[in-house]
Ligand binder design. Structure first.
Ligand SMILES: C[S@@+](CC[C@H](N)C(=O)[O-])C[C@H]1O[C@@H](n2cnc3c(N)ncnc32)[C@H](O)[C@@H]1O
Length: 208
């Protein structure tokens, strides 16, 4: 009888994406570290974001904040590929042992920040060239704090704001507000010529 072993990792646009079956991820799980706000895997929207940046390299990418980072692959891709200094921010401190494992597998590190969207101040945001996020509008009640976070990032002078999503309804509530307030673009996106199939939308603000 043949047994199919679960895949341990994927390669995508120059980074390694471990699955839950990866031995290094399993070691973290065995320590009873359990993210509780859906930061329990690498979500595919981060591949949309990476793919977009791969095809549209940003002009200003020295300092980047990845908000609602979860396991952090979007920021890790920026650190590895663009040489960015990345701050990985999440409300759930339990995501960071996983993020550190993913970063180590990719030979980079990022600066952790435990914070909520609603707590990030203009002063904090003003230190970044770009704000990125993937799949952070997954509940109706997140549309408001994420919209307000984007308002503060624009006010703080963050040059590019890019949020990827699998097209959940609250994402469009947030993104349409950004179209009205900040002339944001909503871009349909899908990965092509890769084994990782991801499809969704990106909200982009050019604030340079
Ligand atoms: C669906 S996961 C996406 C994780 C990651 N961006 C990815 O694409 O793999 C959403 C993340 O947002 C975080 N999150 C949820 N509400 C938050 C809040 N109010 N402030 C900061 N982070 C939050 C969760 O802890 C979780 O890690």
């Amino acid at each position: 009888m043949s047994s199919t072993k679960p895949r341990r990792e994927h390669r995508f646009r120059g980074v390694t994406l471990p699955t839950s079956a990866h031995p290094a991820i399993r070691r973290v799980k065995r320590k009873d570290v359990h993210p509780s706000i859906h930061g329990n895997k690498l979500w595919k929207s981060s591949c949309l974001l990476i793919d977009y940046l791969h095809q549209n390299p940003p002009a200003h990418a020295n300092a980047i904040i990845d908000v609602g980072c979860g396991w952090g692959i979007s920021g890790i891709w920026c650190a590895k590929t663009l040489g960015s200094q990345v701050t990985s921010m999440d409300a759930d401190s339990n995501v960071f042992p996983y993020l550190n494992t993913v970063a180590e597998l990719n030979g980079v590190s990022t600066t952790p920040l435990v914070s909520r969207f609603e707590e990030l101040s203009c002063e904090q945001l003003s230190r970044f060239d770009m704000l990125i996020a993937a799949d952070i509008c997954f509940w109706d009640e997140l549309a408001d704090p994420v919209s307000k976070l984007v308002d503060r990032a624009v006010e703080a002078g963050v040059k590019k704001i890019l949020i990827a999503d699998p097209e959940r309804a609250p994402f469009f509530v947030m993104a349409n507000r950004c179209v009205e307030r900040h002339c944001a673009e909503i871009i349909d996106w899908q990965t092509k010529r890769t084994r990782i199939k991801a499809q969704g939308a990106l909200m982009l603000i050019e604030n340079a």
